[in-house]
Design a protein around this ligand. Structure first.
Ligand code: ATP
Ligand code: PRP
Length: 231
């Protein structure tokens, strides 16, 4: 067997993850052609690189199919109920920073806070006969956040991409999505509520909890964690 390390298969997250491991003496890279999802690990034996979609890494960790994985904290908290029981955070990696925020049309000049949104949501329902729609792919996190903040008169609309466009397309009145520079929100005439920060996320190294391992894999995992300086 071997220790399996799950890393995002493309884009900035993959590149920065390779750099982070490289700076700690573990060379990671893609093997084969640009399109082939195969990888290599240098600097330690019996560790296998598994290239995966960032969104699938939480599930693979929880299932014990990978032992370590790099992905955003937002994805772990969204995809895994009681995530702390299923994975352990070993290290924040200092990149992939993004905020999950609740945003409304900039034209809603009277709506700046969650309390305002709550009032508008009640009025919206009375007027239109259906609940104000919030488009997001972060269903668990948005529901929890709104429950904790006493906003109830809304419905979630699933949006797996281009979420900021749903307001213009009239499939939602508000959105909850990741922002980093804020450019996408601004370009789509949206503004974040003053108290609308749901979660700050960054790329993080996680370890799967409660996975049955061969003794030699357990030793390899310990060596890897020690080499990375995150024990
Ligand atoms: N603009 C951004 N700046 C920084 N981090 C971002 C940005 N957008 C998304 N992220 C973060 O990158 C991670 C991966 O995002 P996302 O789920 O969109 O994956 P993806 O790149 O679309 O990959 P896949 O479709 O293969 O899952 C998430 O943790 C997210 O917080
Ligand atoms: O605040 P900004 O710097 O503009 O970044 C925010 C955008 O980045 C992400 O989208 P991405 O380009 O990863 O594509 P996606 O819509 O498929 O998630 C996110 O979903 C936002 O749309």
């Amino acid at each position: 067997m071997s220790v399996k390390l799950g890393v995002p298969s493309k884009g900035r997250l993959m590149e920065k993850t390779f750099e982070w491991f490289g700076a700690r003496g573990i060379g990671l890279g893609r093997a084969g052609s640009d399109r082939e999802y195969a990888g290599f690990v240098d600097g330690i034996d019996n560790v296998e690189l598994v290239l995966l979609s960032a969104g699938e890494i939480p599930r693979e960790l929880a299932a014990g199919r990978i032992h370590l994985g790099v992905t955003g904290t937002d994805l772990v908290r969204e995809k895994l109920g009681q995530w702390e029981h299923r994975v352990e955070e070993l290290a924040e990696l200092g990149f992939g920073h993004a905020d999950l925020v609740l945003a409304v049309p900039r034209a809603w000049v009277d709506v700046g806070t969650l309390d305002d949104l709550d009032a508008v949501a009640a009025a919206f329902r009375a007027k239109h006969g259906f609940r104000l729609r919030i488009a997001t792919k972060y269903h668990r996190l948005v529901r929890e956040f709104l429950r904790e903040n006493g906003v109830a008169d809304y419905q979630l609309v699933d949006s797996q991409g281009a979420t900021e466009g749903t307001v213009k397309n009239e499939t939602a009145e508000a959105i909850a999505d990741i922002t980093s520079s804020g450019d996408t929100l601004r370009a789509n005439h949206l503004k974040t509520l003053d108290d609308g920060l749901i979660l700050r996320s960054q790329a993080t190294l996680f370890r799967a909890r409660g996975v049955d391992m061969e003794p030699e894999d357990r030793t390899t995992l310990k060596q890897l964690i020690a080499k990375l300086g995150v024990d």
